[in-house]
Design a binder for this molecule. Sequence first.
Ligand code: DP6
Length: 353
Amino acid sequence: MILPANDSGAVKWQSPSNIALVKYWGKRPIQIPQNPSISFTLSNAFTQTSIDYRYDHMLKDGPKIDFYFEGKEKPAFAKRIIRFIESLKDTFTWLSHCHLHIDSTNSFPHSSGIASSASAMSALALGLCDIAQQIEGKVWEETVFLQKASNIARLGSGSASRSVYPDLAIWGTHHSFQGSSDNYAMQYSHDIHERFLDFHDDILIISPKEKSVSSTIGHQLMENNPYAATRYDQAHKNLEEIVQAMKANDMDSFGRIVEEEAMTLHALMMASKPGYMLMQPNTIAAINTIRAYREKTGTPVYFTLDAGPNIHLLYPNDVAKNVHAFRESSLKPLCYNHTIIEDHVGKGPKKLV
Ligand code: DP6
C-alpha cells in the first residue's frame, strides 16, 4: 500500500484546443498514430477542468468519479471520461483508492460544433499528472511533466497530446525530427519564422450539428481505405515540407500544404468504405470564396478543416486588417447564425489552482 504524500487536494488546469496543419487520420492500438502530425496550439478555445481528489485507503475498487460539465451532470461525456480514467489505473495505482470530483467548462459554446476532445482530454491529463505529483510527493521537471501529460492525453484523444505545448507541436515518429514519438507530442517552435508564431485562426461555424460520423469511426474506416498507405507517406512528406516552409517564411508552400491536407482528409472520408461526407454546401462556398479572394488580391489567407464542416481561416497578423474586412463581408453570411470564433496561436496550458 502506498502512503500518499497528500491525501486530499484540488487542482485546476486550462488547456487549449489545437488545429492540425498536417492531419492525424488513422491509428492502431493503443492510440498510436499511423502518421506524424503537426498543429498550431490555439488560445481562446480552451477547456478548464478542476479536479478535487480524496485518497481513501479503505476504497479498493475506485476511482469513484463524479463528473460535471458546466455545472451539470452530462452522462454522455461522463462515460468517455470515466472509461479513460479507469484505463489509467496501472499507470496511476493510487487511482483505485481515490474519489474524484471533476468539473469541466469550455470557453466556446457547446453548440458551436468545435471538437472539444483535444482541450478536454489535455486539461484532464494535466490535472491527473498534477495530482500524481501531489500524491506521490514528487515534483517533475517541467519538460518531464509535460511529456507525461502529453502521453496521458494521447490515450484520451490522439490530438490532445499536442495541446499541452505552446505554439506548434509534432506528434508521431518522423525520421527528420529528433525526439519525435508516437507516444507523446513535442513542442516545435524552434527556428520557425515569427510570422507563424502569432498566426490567426478564425473558426467559421458552418454548422453546429453533431457530426454524422464521429472521428473514432473515421479513424477506424482508414483501416480498409484503399488510399491509406499512400496517405501515410504523403503525411510524412508534408510534415517535412511544411516545417521547412515555416522556417523559410515561404507562405505559398505553407498554404499549399495546409489546403492539400484539408482536402485530402475529406477525400479520404469520401473514399472510405462506406464513404461519407462531412462538408456542407457552405463549406464549399467558403473554400471557393477564400481561394478567389486570394487569387484576386494576393493576400496570404488559407483554409483548413478538421473532421467536420467548419472552416479554419488561417492568416498572418500583418494582413489581419484586410482579411477581417473580407471575412465580415464575404464569409460571415455563409456561417450558421453568422458565428465566427476568433482565435490565434497561443502559449499552451495554464495551471489555475
Ligand atoms: C481530423 O484526436 O479527435 O482533427 O484519437 O479518436 O480521439 P481520437 O481522435 P481525434 O482525431 C483528430 C482528427 C483530426 C486531425 C488532427 O487533429 O490531427
